[in-house]
Each structure stands twice: as structure tokens, then as C-alpha cells.
Write a protein that binds this ligand. Structure first.
Ligand SMILES: Nc1ncnc2c1ncn2[C@@H]1O[C@H](COP(=O)(O)OP(=O)(O)OP(=O)(O)O)[C@@H](O)[C@H]1O
Ligand SMILES: [Mg+2]
Length: 238
């Protein structure tokens, strides 16, 4: 047997200790009639596997913009996003679509369920697309999210809190490595919002994925393991 070269060992150690998500000097401007509007001016961020991070900042500070870039839903102007060692910013559209299906789950403020599909079909949707439908995990998610009696209903027949629980289940059904949520409790009353976040955190821990949540609520942010604030286009730890 050959001893591994120093170079190989170093590369291996690097992989083992590398964070799940690394954002380096990320930049994004929007074109407006008044000219380019710089929103992200060099964001640096690391997230370890299993870590939960609350992203805060004033309205218009670029939180959704950052989440969209990390979720491979939009293109950056510069910088890098490394997810599990893959440079998301350099991927083809085809590869980015695969990454969105298999590696990332997203929950939005508007629940974004598919109106023509039942709760069970909505729950299975992303996992089915990713070719990762696991009936046991699906049943467990349904049960843990309190949706057992609602599987045959359509989204319009659900309360906001119930719809968001379906959206959380759908985002976790393919066992993503990273769950992104943009103000997931923003459209819910306090009790329903608290219940959704508590269940999400339990299921995130069970899945072992990292969780990045945008919120305006310091009270909810305190439930996550870390907090960062977007100020003037960059992150300030708060
Ligand atoms: N597609 C777009 N074209 C032009 N400007 C945009 C676009 N999307 C966002 N912006 C602008 O970029 C800035 C950041 O928007 P973003 O939605 O990321 O803020 P946010 O921090 O999520 O705010 P909120 O807390 O209100 O959701 C805002 O000034 C917004 O008007
Ligand atoms: Mg936003």
C-alpha cells in the first residue's frame, strides 16, 4: 500500500474541515432607471453543516437578494458561493437546477404551494423531481408536521400555518444539505409562526442540514445558533 502523499492528505483535511457553505466577496447590483443599484458589496459568510443562522437587516438591505444567490436562483456580479465544495457561481443552468432539486430546500414567506396538487403531492414534489422519494421519510415528515389528517386536502383548504408546514416538509423531503427560508413566519400570527419554526428546527436537527433563515424578529433569531446582520451591503455579526 502506498502512503498518501502530503498533498493528498492536505487536500483531504481541507475537505473535512471546509464549511458546507462559503460565500466569498459576493457582489450584486440591480439595473434601475437611475443607474446600477449596488445591493451586496462584498458579502463573506461561512456556514457549517448542521449550523442554524438567522440573517437580519433592515428592509431593502439585500437579505432576499443574498438568499436567492445562495439558492442558485439568480446570478451574482462577482465573488464566489461554494456549496459542499462546488462553485455554484460557475455552474451551467442545468447543473444549478440539479443543485436546487437535490442539495437545497427553500421556504418562502408566501407558501408557494402548487394549488392543483394535494398536500401529499405537494410534500412529495421536490423529492420526486430529485429522484429521492423516500416513503418512510415522507410519512415521518407528514406525521411530525401534524399533517396526517390533511394529506388529501388542497392548499386553499388549509390555514396559513398548515400551508407553511407543507412547504417546510416539501423543502426537506429530498433531505437537502442546506435549508433556506425567507421570512417563513412573516405571513403567520405569532403562535402559528412559533409552531412552524419550532418544527422546522427539530426537523433540521433530525436531517442534519444547515439552516439559513431571514427574519425581522430578534425573538425568533435568538432560537438559532448564530445571527448575522446585513448592513450597507456587507455582513456585521450581531
Ligand atoms: N429585481 C430587482 N430589480 C431592481 N431592484 C431590485 C430588484 N430586487 C430587489 N431590488 C432592490 O434591491 C434592494 C434589496 O432588496 P431585497 O429584496 O434583497 O431586500 P430585503 O433585505 O429582502 O428587504 P425586505 O426585508 O423588505 O424583504 C432593494 O432596494 C430593492 O428595491
Ligand atoms: Mg426580503
Amino acid at each position: 500500500m502506498h502512503a498518501p502523499s502530503i498533498r493528498t492528505e492536505a487536500a483531504l483535511l481541507d475537505t473535512l474541515s471546509a464549511p458546507l457553505l462559503r460565500v466569498v466577496n459576493l457582489r450584486k447590483s440591480y439595473a434601475t432607471p437611475q443607474g446600477a443599484l449596488p445591493v451586496l458589496r462584498g458579502v463573506d459568510l461561512s456556514l457549517a453543516a448542521g449550523e442554524t443562522l438567522a440573517l437580519m437587516g433592515e428592509s431593502g438591505s439585500g437579505k432576499s437578494t443574498l438568499l436567492h444567490l445562495i439558492g442558485a436562483l439568480d446570478d451574482a456580479d462577482g465573488g464566489e458561493i461554494l456549496l459542499d465544495g462546488i462553485n455554484v457561481t460557475g455552474l451551467s443552468e442545468h447543473a444549478r437546477a440539479a443543485l436546487r432539486r437535490e442539495t437545497i430546500g427553500v421556504v418562502f414567506q408566501q407558501f408557494n404551494l402548487i394549488a392543483s396538487l394535494t398536500v401529499a403531492e405537494n410534500l412529495a414534489f421536490q423529492a420526486r423531481l430529485a429522484g429521492r422519494l423516500d416513503p418512510q421519510w415522507q410519512a415521518r415528515l407528514t406525521h411530525r408536521l401534524g399533517l396526517d389528517d390533511l394529506v388529501s386536502r388542497y392548499p386553499e383548504q388549509l390555514s396559513g400555518g398548515q400551508q407553511q408546514r407543507v412547504a417546510v416538509g416539501r423543502a426537506l423531503a429530498a433531505r437537502p444539505q442546506l435549508l433556506l427560508a425567507d421570512e417563513p413566519t412573516g405571513n403567520l400570527d405569532e403562535a402559528a409562526g412559533d409552531a412552524v419554526l419550532a418544527l422546522t428546527l427539530e426537523l433540521v436537527a433530525e436531517t442534519g442540514c444547515a439552516f439559513l433563515m431571514v427574519t425581522h424578529s430578534a425573538r425568533l433569531a435568538a432560537l438559532l445558533s448564530r445571527r448575522e446582520r446585513l448592513v450597507a451591503g456587507a455582513l456585521a455579526t450581531s
